[in-house]
Structure formats: structure tokens, C-alpha cells
Design a protein around this ligand. Structure first.
Ligand code: PLP
Length: 319
């Protein structure tokens, strides 16, 4: 029999100890491919184990096979920043297990999410009136933006920098949209001249490219996109969080002209993966692209439903 309180306290102690020790642990996993699999039973155990044994497995089996993204010496891929308050929030969210598909399914999740998205909008200095919600990742957020852009423009072409994140290409592939990659200038910024946008649904500008942190000229790209009737999506997944600091606001130049924009709190805003925030300046058209209310979700409530924001995953809607 598990004792939730006792085992929970032991889990919290394990987590606290892990966070204390992580600076000293090797950053890279200390295993070869398949080494952990060979130590795991081939089928699920028939008998329960004590929670102490589970935690021992965490130490002996899993820890050596972890790449320690939480290490202060981790400088690969991109930064993640799970913090102690956010870890406790995950615990409480899991206990409540809300699925906020429509307002009635979880008024608290819906209203808290919309309000907090607006707090972050204010902190980042984004325009009043933009509508924000949580997606699991920037990849999903950009996918949703491309869907909205295609809906609004009736076109099928996506344009981005050759240094845009691979998610833009993957999203275009998933949607069967054509992707055109534009070369960059000496500062690795997407060129604004020399290509035609007349048949383009969406221009994706990146603020903080993954490999170089270069910043595309958002203002010029927005002006050209809008003149051609295209949507302008800003991928600020990586660098957008820095706008909290006034001295970093230079890289936000022109983002107020965007039709949509994504920032990843799971990168620099102290929350664990997955948590991405996407805003749109055109909430009515965005919603129109996604609204689809099946019989089982119809209610008489006159309230905003997160399902209409295009969010795919019920798991993310539990936040
Ligand atoms: C600029 C940029 N866009 C998008 C992504 C993808 O983010 P996610 O893993 O949340 O899909 C990343 C991740 O590194 C990124 O740096």
C-alpha cells in the first residue's frame, strides 16, 4: 500500500536533493545506447515495489542515464529553467488534473491561463489587446499560426530565414504547405529584399535564432508581408523572454506589427517543459480558423473556450 503523504515527502526530499547535487553531477549521461534498456524488465512487473525501491531505481538506474539539463554547466541545445516554485506548481496541477477544453470544463484553468498570459504580455511590453494562450511547444504554436495564416489568406506558401528553427519546416510539411527559405545577410538576419511575397500566406521572422541568436528585421518584414496580404508570425521562442529587461527591448523592434508571436517560458522564464505562450493580434480570425464545437462540448456558457484557440493537447490544457 502506498502512503501518499509519506511517499510524497520522500519524493520531494529526493527532488530537493537532486537540485542540490546537480551542479556536481556529470552533465552528460554516463551510459552507452541500450545500456539502460538492458537493465529494465522486458515486461511490466507483476508485483508492486516499495516507494523506497522506486527512489533507489531513480538513483541507480535513471540518474546515470540522464543528461542533466538542470545543471548550471549545461550549455547545449538551449536553456531550460525549471525552478522550485514551478516544480511545486506541477505537483498541484497534477493533483487537480484539469482538462480545460471549454470554460465549463475548468473555469479556473481557463480564466487563470488567460489572465497570466496577459501578465506576461505586459511584462514583455507587447501591445494591449493581443490575445494569449498556452501551447505545449513553440513548434505547435507556429503550426497553429500557419493554420491561421492559411485560413485568412487562402494561400499555401511559407517564407522564413535559412536559419529559422526546423519546426517551421516541419510544420509546413505537416500542413502540406510550400516552404521557401530566404538567405541571410552578414549578420545572419533574414534578407528582406529580392523575393516576391504575392502568393505567400505567412512570413515567419525569428527573434533569436537557435544557432546564432540573430534577430531578423521584423519591422521591414512585417511591412512587406502586410503590403502583400501575408500574415507575419514572429518566432521569439528563444529570445522573447529577454524583453522583460528594458535593455534587451531593442530586439523587439517591429514585433508590435506581428499578427502572431510565440515565446517559450520553458526556456527562460523559470517553468518546466512544456510551456509555450502564443499571442495573436487577430484573435477573431485566429479563433475562426479553429472553432469547431462538437456536440459533446456544446454549452450555453457565453465564455471563451481554450479549445477554440487551436490547442491540440488535452494535457497542455490541464495547466
Ligand atoms: C527559435 C526557436 N524556435 C522554436 C524552437 C522550438 O521550441 P519547442 O521545443 O518549444 O518546440 C526553438 C527551440 O530551441 C527555438 O530556439
Amino acid at each position: 500500500m502506498t502512503d501518499f503523504r509519506e511517499d510524497g515527502a520522500a519524493a520531494l526530499e529526493w527532488a530537493a536533493r537532486y537540485l542540490e547535487r546537480v551542479p556536481e553531477l556529470p552533465v552528460l549521461a554516463q551510459v552507452r545506447p541500450g545500456e539502460l534498456t538492458a537493465k529494465l524488465p522486458a515486461s511490466a512487473p507483476e508485483q508492486p515495489e516499495s516507494f523506497a525501491d522506486v527512489l533507489r531505481d531513480m538513483d541507480e538506474l535513471l540518474l546515470p542515464a540522464l543528461t542533466n539539463w538542470q545543471s548550471p554547466r549545461f550549455f547545449s541545445y538551449f536553456a531550460v529553467t525549471s525552478s522550485e516554485p514551478a516544480i511545486l506548481a506541477e505537483l498541484l496541477a497534477a493533483a487537480l488534473n484539469q482538462v480545460a477544453i471549454v470554460w465549463r470544463a475548468s473555469p479556473a484553468s481557463t480564466e487563470l491561463e488567460l489572465r497570466v498570459a496577459d501578465w506576461v504580455r505586459q511584462l514583455l511590453g507587447l501591445p494591449t489587446g493581443w490575445h494569449g494562450h498556452i501551447e505545449d511547444t513553440a513548434s505547435t504554436s507556429t503550426l497553429a499560426a500557419l493554420i491561421a495564416a492559411r485560413h485568412v489568406t487562402g494561400r499555401d506558401v511559407v517564407v522564413c530565414s535559412e536559419h529559422a528553427h526546423s519546426s517551421v519546416e516541419k510544420d509546413a510539411r505537416m500542413l502540406g504547405m510550400e516552404l521557401r527559405k530566404v538567405p541571410v545577410d552578414d549578420e545572419l538576419r533574414m534578407r528582406v529584399d529580392g523575393y516576391d511575397l504575392d502568393d505567400v500566406a505567412c512570413v515567419v521572422a525569428t527573434v533569436g535564432t537557435t544557432s546564432f541568436a540573430s534577430v531578423d528585421p521584423v519591422r521591414e518584414l512585417a511591412e512587406r508581408a502586410h503590403a502583400a496580404g501575408a500574415w507575419l508570425h514572429v518566432d521569439a521562442a528563444y529570445a522573447g523572454s529577454s524583453w522583460i529587461c528594458e535593455e534587451e527591448r531593442w530586439s523587439a523592434d517591429g514585433v508590435e506589427l506581428a499578427d502572431s508571436l510565440v515565446v517559450n517560458p520553458h526556456k527562460w522564464l523559470l517553468v518546466p517543459t512544456d510551456c509555450s505562450l502564443v499571442w495573436t493580434a487577430r484573435p477573431d480570425e485566429w479563433r475562426e480558423a479553429f472553432t469547431l464545437t462538437p456536440e459533446h462540448l456544446r454549452t450555453s456558457d457565453e465564455a471563451f473556450s481554450l479549445a477554440d484557440s487551436g490547442r491540440r493537447s488535452a494535457a497542455a490544457s490541464g495547466r
